[in-house]
Design a protein around this ligand. Sequence first.
Ligand SMILES: N[C@@H](CCC(=O)N[C@@H](CS)C(=O)NCC(=O)O)C(=O)O
Length: 454
Amino acid sequence: MGIAIPIGLAVTTALAMPMVPAVPTRWAALARRLPASSAPTPAITLYRDTNGWCPFCERVWLQLETKGLPYEEVLINLRDKPQWYKDMVPTTLVPAVKIRSGGTEEVVWESDVILRRLEELHPEPAMLPPDGERAAAEALIAEAGNLSSAGFRFAAAVRNASVTQEEVASLRAAFEDGLDALDAAIAEGGGPFICGGSVGLADATYLPFLERWAVQLPLTSGFALRPEEGEPPRWPQIEGWFVAMAEEPAYARVRGDTYSWSAAVAAFQRIFATNGTLSDAQRAVSRRADGAAALELRRSAQAAPSAAAALAAAEKIIANWEAVVADATAAEPLSQANLQRLEEEDGAAVELLLADCAARLLQCAGRWEDEAGGEPAAEGGEEEEEERALCEAELLGLEPLEHKVRADAARLVSARLCAPRDMGADAAEAMRGVLMAMASESEGLAWRKSGGLL
Ligand SMILES: N[C@@H](CCC(=O)N[C@@H](CS)C(=O)NCC(=O)O)C(=O)O
C-alpha cells in the first residue's frame, strides 16, 4: 500500500506491562484522531437484517443514502427476532422504518410502501419523474418482480438435477429476454440509470438482485451478467448502469462487494445442505465460491484505498473492536462457523492487531502524522509516546508462534469482514488490504525468527 507502518499503540495486556493502563489509553488514543461528531439523533430509524443480505432493505437503504437523509440503523437478527420488533411490525419482516416528526412516530413496513412514503415526505432529490411523466418508470418498477423471478427460476433449475437440459435452456432464454428488455428500456430512457440521468426508485428496485447476480450467477450457474475484462458486454446498457452505480456516492455504504457475495454463496450452500451434507453439485459451487473469495482477498492486498474509505474502516474498528475480538475467539461462532477461530487466550493478540490495523488505516487517512511526517496529528502527550515505545518493543519481541497467531488473526478478521454488513465496500477493501499486509508481515517474521520452521 506504499505506507510507512506505525507501530501499534499499546501493550497487549495490563498484566504484561502493569505500568501502562493498556486498553483505555490505546483506544482513547486512536479515537482522539477521529473527526469530532456532533450529529443530533436522526429522525429516521432503519430496521434491517444483521447479515446485510436482505434485498428489500437494500432498496430503502439506497433511497435514504440518495436523499441524504440522516438515519440510524437497528439490526434485526432474522433467526431470532426480538419480541419488541414483532410487536411493532405486523408482518415481522424487515425492512421497516420509524419516522419521528413533531412529537409523533410513524412505523412503516413493506419496502415498496416505505419507498413511496419517504418519497412523499422527502421529495428532493426526486426519485420518480414528475406526475404525468411517470408511466415508463412505473412500468419498469412493476416489471422488476418478473425479471427477478425469471432469474431465480433459471438459477434454481441449474441446481436441480431433476430438471432437463431443455427446461434449463428455456428458463435461461426467458431470463435473457428479461435482461434484453431491461437493456432496451435503459437505452430508451437515455441512461445511464434505469430511468435516465439520476438514481431513482427503479434503480433501487432492480439494484439488489442485479448486484448479487453479477457476482453469484457465474459461480452458481455459469451465467455471466457482466463481461470478463476486455470482453464486449452482452448487455451494454446494463453494464453502463453498473459502472454509473459504482460511481454514485449514495451506493458506497450499501453496495455488497465481490468478496462478500462470493462468501455468501459458500455460506448458502452450507446453510441449505441436507442434514449438513453437501451434494456433489453444492460442493462444486462451494469450492468455486471459496476460491473466488480467496482470490478477492488476495486482490485486496494490492488495493490503494481512498482516505475516506480508510477513515470509515478505522472508525468502525474503534467503535466495534470488542465484538470483533469476541467473534475471533468464539468457541461457538454465530456465523461463518467454517472459518477457524482462535483460542480465547488469543484475545489480547487480536486486540493488539486491531489497534495496529486502526492506526495504519488512520495513517492512510492522513490522520496519523502531520504532513511533514513528524509529530502525531492529535496530541496524546507523553503517556502516548511511552506507550508507542513499549509497543514497538513488544512487537519486536514477539515470539515466532505469537507472530503466527497474529497472522492467523489478520486472515480470519479479513475473511469475516463483509460489506455491506459491517461497513461499506470501499472501507472493507481498505481494511482487508491492511490486514493482508499485516498477515504477510507476521508470517515473514514467524518464518525468519523460527529459522524457517513456522
Ligand atoms: N414484501 C416485503 C418482503 C420483506 C422480506 O421478505 N424480508 C425478509 C428478509 S429478505 C424477512 O424479513 N424475512 C424474515 C422472515 O421471513 O421471518 C418487503 O418488500 O418489504
